[in-house]
Ligand binder design. Structure first.
Ligand code: RRO
Length: 310
């Protein structure tokens, strides 16, 4: 069974890697991902300057997934750029750099720095952080997203991707797709970031479970799988010639299969990785290969995007 994926002008050894934010803030975590069965590595969303993030508790596991309001804690762009300079690209595992500037200027400054270095690392610009108080998610402001993509094109000359928030209405899928399709070097979209500003309530304490924003935070895990699949399938249909990376609710080979059937080129793992650690990648890849064997599929191309309708 062949789980390899060819995209962005290269072939990676599998289809699974981490969702940005999980197991990727520190170099030792990134190295553990690289040493695992993950097929690629993406760094924690970087801001120009290092950030401590929001007050704790800011992450909570729940029976159906997770809620977080980390608030973009990260080592700052220079730290991840330095990691990218030393990264072993020859391993065949691509390195993605997630960028989440606090302003359009910051995002463009990071993209220009990356372009100057001429590294093979690929930027995934995060248009969907739900957790910085006072900063709305860029991906829900269509005019601002259109303006941002124009500026990214001017700042960066290579292929790049964006991390999108979940959308919930066909009119929004269509409007965002029309904007994304104006940009040929926008090679992929990652769907989805966490479902923003959910509220988890603990009955015993009669309280919220995380401190920032009076308990509001981004949902991940089982809560988000159907929303993630809808976003993957709709953008797969609406963005011909671009790739869709599936992210949301993947905890076994079954959900990875669903994402690929819906059109995903590659699949990211967030909440499950947070709870299980990098050993999750070999387990999920083995389960996916077993499911494919039972179904008679020998490659991902044999079923990608072939989801049937009734
Ligand atoms: O750091 C965070 O709070 C965070 C970010 Br930047 C993001 O994009 N998605 C998320 O769930 N948390």
């Amino acid at each position: 069974i062949d789980l390899s994926v060819t995209w962005l002008g290269q072939t990676m050894p599998g289809c699974l890697y981490n969702a940005s934010g999980v197991w990727c803030r520190e170099e030792d975590e990134l190295e553990a991902l690289h040493a695992s069965a993950a097929a690629a590595v993406i760094t924690k969303s970087a801001t120009l300057k290092p950030r401590d993030g929001n007050p704790e508790p800011r992450y909570c596991r729940t029976p159906l997934g997770s809620i977080n309001s980390m608030g973009l804690p990260n080592r700052g762009f220079d730290y991840y750029l330095d990691y990218a300079r030393r990264y072993r690209y020859g391993s065949g595992k691509p390195l993605f750099l997630s960028l989440s500037g606090l302003s359009l200027d910051d995002n463009c400054a990071m993209l220009r720095r990356l372009a100057e270095e001429g590294l093979p690392a690929v930027p995934e610009v995060n248009l969907s952080c739900p957790n910085v108080p006072g900063k709305p998610q860029l991906g829900y402001d269509f005019a601002a997203t259109a303006e941002a993509l124009e500026a990214f094109d001017a700042a960066y000359s290579g292929l790049y991707g964006v991390k999108l928030p979940p959308y919930f209405d066909p009119a929004h899928f269509a409007a965002m797709a029309e904007i994304l399709n104006r940009h040929p070097r926008l090679a992929f979209v990652t769907c989805i970031n966490s479902i923003g500003n959910g509220l988890v309530v603990d009955i015993d304490s009669e309280a919220v479970v995380i401190k920032p924003k009076d308990g509001l935070g981004g949902l991940g895990g089982d809560y988000v799988l159907p929303t993630a699949l809808a976003n993957v399938r709709e953008f797969f249909r609406l963005l011909p010639g671009k790739d869709v990376v599936g992210c949301g609710g993947v905890k076994s080979g079954r959900e990875a299969f669903m994402h690929i059937l819906a059109g995903a080129r590659a699949v990211q793992v967030g909440t499950c990785l947070y709870h299980e650690g990098p050993g999750a990648f070999s387990r999920i890849a083995g389960e996916l290969a077993m499911l494919m064997r039972v179904k008679g599929y020998r490659s991902l191309d044999a079923f990608r995007g072939r989801l049937r309708t009734l």
